[in-house]
Design a protein around this ligand. Structure first.
Ligand code: B12
Length: 512
């Protein structure tokens, strides 16, 4: 979008360290830095980069976009870290041109930046206020309201093999039939369900032309083997232990080899509704029922960047984006296809299943395949356990980065649960008691747990409260008399502190 409007864009690619972004911005004399984030750990990277810009005394404007970003996150976590330059969240690429033009205009820049900052101060204050209002169940009470499954009455089936199995060079033609096209159109900002979107009075014509191009490229991808698709799946004996799932080396269940940690819904539920955690779908050790769990990593992206770069170097950005979008669709199709084969053949708990690709998209199958990072398990770090069990780097050629993104980008990983009563759900926001409990189970400090679980916390961690107080002090100097340090320094105050300094700031935040 920016390029089409005569901005020169230097694209550093994906998973680029903050140091390289800053170094390139300096070397090239960039007027603006733009960051895009797909999964929540990248949000943390963005906050870190903002802090680095501040530390290095830079003033270059920072634009934030991508699937998991939001105005609230930008206001609460990124903007306070970078006081030197304006930070602007752009949730729609078509807005980027207007925003960039305002930020680069000598006449408009100051006023625009001040307006955005004031707006973020308000959003941030409202967010902190709202957080304090919403109460959740105590973890013990949520656990007491867990779904109860009769595992003895519906004993889990043993998979046809235990351990791992890899699939190299999987047939792309087979995967093409399992593509869910609806998200493909979303990538191009075209809203509507496939195939109805093709006849939509507003976007139908564009959608048809895009779909036509995509089908042609897909044919070439399949015929000429542009990408390599690989997968590794595995099954192990497992039993639940509280909200954790213990994975055993073999059926003797004597040697634990890994633990999956799960999070429980804490929202108060209506009568007859449960507070679920993924561990509820595996038989507890105390039931004496032998159960199993599966895990998978699939990729359709081996070679995707080479082809996409080839188009880009030929200045054909359209084909470059098209090709990446198709690699993503193939990865998702691969996850779907592999799950179907798991149910019918490899685990074999639904051998007679005859669902069409469309029914699969509607998730009308038995069992679930939740992925770390999805709403049922918002903790991305659980991917490390999946990768270790599957030896995925070696067996599937997929790497896990420090911030738990997968490389190649067109990859999906997750767990398999077989029980007919397992279902997809969202953990939602959780309270400090669960974070403390989870931290202890993971062997983390509470601060570490708060960092990884930041998007689902239903309270303000101490470190954020301190940053918020500093932020408000700066954003509203006339309202907030600067407290004399160190007596009024709130950074070491306990969570939920109600001292005079905190109360004064909260009151001002409420007024704002
Ligand atoms: C496509 C997709 C994928 C693809 C592609 C991934 C890739 N290589 O990019 C595949 C299928 C491979 C995939 C995999 C995964 N995904 Co995914 N995926 C999506 C999906 C459906 C769409 C994202 C997308 O591309 N949208 C289209 C683009 C164009 O929109 P956009 O990113 O919002 O960007 C727009 C604006 O934000 C703006 N913008 C974006 N960047 C920038 C930058 C600047 C500077 C500016 C100005 C503007 C701007 O412009 C764009 C156009 O308007 C989302 C759900 C959703 N509906 O958002 C989940 C989603 C992002 N995925 C998710 C997850 C968890 C994963 C996995 C971790 C799952 C797993 N365990 O395997 C993996 C991770 C993959 C990896 N490599 O690490 C979660 C993330 C949740 C979270 N809290 O972290 C989401 C939100 C799904 C969900 N509901 O839970 N995913």
């Amino acid at each position: 979008m920016l390029q089409c409007n005569n901005f020169e864009v230097i694209d550093l690619g994906v998973m680029v360290p903050a140091a390289k972004i800053i170094e390139t911005a300096r070397a090239e004399g960039a007027d603006i830095i733009g960051l895009s984030g797909l999964i929540t750990p990248s949000l943390d990277e963005m906050s870190f980069l903002a802090g680095e810009l501040q530390r290095q005394g830079m003033t270059v404007p920072l634009l934030i976009g991508g699937a998991t970003t939001s105005r609230v996150h930008t206001a609460v976590k990124i903007d306070p870290n970078y006081r030197g330059g304006p930070v602007v969240h752009v949730n729609d690429a078509s807005r980027a041109v207007g925003v960039a033009s305002s930020l680069l205009s000598p006449e408009r820049r100051e006023a625009y930046a001040a307006e955005v900052r004031a707006d973020y101060a308000k959003i941030s204050a409202a967010h902190f206020r709202a957080q304090a209002d919403k109460k959740r169940l105590k973890l013990a009470d949520a656990r007491a309201n867990a779904p109860v499954i009769d595992f003895a009455g519906t004993p889990p089936k043993k998979p046809t093999f235990l351990g791992i199995r890899s699939f190299a060079d999987y047939n792309l033609a087979e995967l093409a039939d399992y593509i869910d096209w609806t998200p493909f159109f979303q990538t191009w900002e075209l809203t509507g369900r496939y195939p109805a979107i093709l006849d939509d009075p507003k976007v139908g014509e564009v959608a048809r032309s895009l779909y036509d191009d995509a089908r042609k490229m897909l044919d070439r991808i399949v015929k000429e083997n542009w990408f390599k698709a690989q997968a590794t799946i595995g099954f192990w004996p497992a039993n639940a232990a509280g909200d954790d799932i213990v994975v055993y080396a073999d059926d003797s269940r004597k040697q634990p080899i890994a633990t999956f940690h799960t999070l429980r819904q804490q929202l108060e539920k209506r009568e007859g509704r449960f507070n679920s955690a993924l561990a509820d779908f595996i038989a507890p050790a105390s039931s004496g029922v032998p159960d199993y769990i599966g895990a998978f990593v699939v990729t359709a992206g081996i070679g995707e960047d080479v082809i996409a770069d080839r188009f880009r170097n030929a200045h054909d950005d359209y084909s470059s984006i098209l090709c990446k979008a198709l690699a993503d669709r193939l990865a998702e199709a691969f996850a779907e296809r592999m799950h179907a084969r798991v149910r019918r053949e490899f685990w074999g708990y639904a051998p007679d299943e005859t669902l069409s690709p469309d029914q699969l998209i509607l998730e009308q199958y038995q069992g679930i395949r939740p992925a770390p990072g999805y709403p049922a398990q918002p903790d991305h770090t659980e991917k490390a356990t999946v990768f270790a069990l599957l030896d995925a780097e070696k067996t599937a050629g997929v790497k896990l980065t420090e911030s738990y993104a997968m490389w190649p980008g067109s990859s999906v990983s997750g767990l398999y649960f077989s029980h007919p009563e397992s279902f997809y759900f969202g953990v939602g926001k959780i309270e400090r008691d669960q974070v403390e409990d989870y931290a202890a189970r993971k062997g983390w400090s509470v601060a570490e747990a708060e960092r990884w679980l930041a998007p689902v916390l239903n309270y303000i961690p101490t470190q954020d409260q301190s940053a918020q107080d500093r932020h408000l002090r700066e954003a509203m100097p006339t309202l907030a008399p600067a407290p004399a340090a160190p007596a009024n320094d709130v950074s070491s105050h306990p969570p939920g502190c109600n001292c005079a300094v905190h109360l004064a700031y909260r009151k001002k935040a409420a007024r704002a």
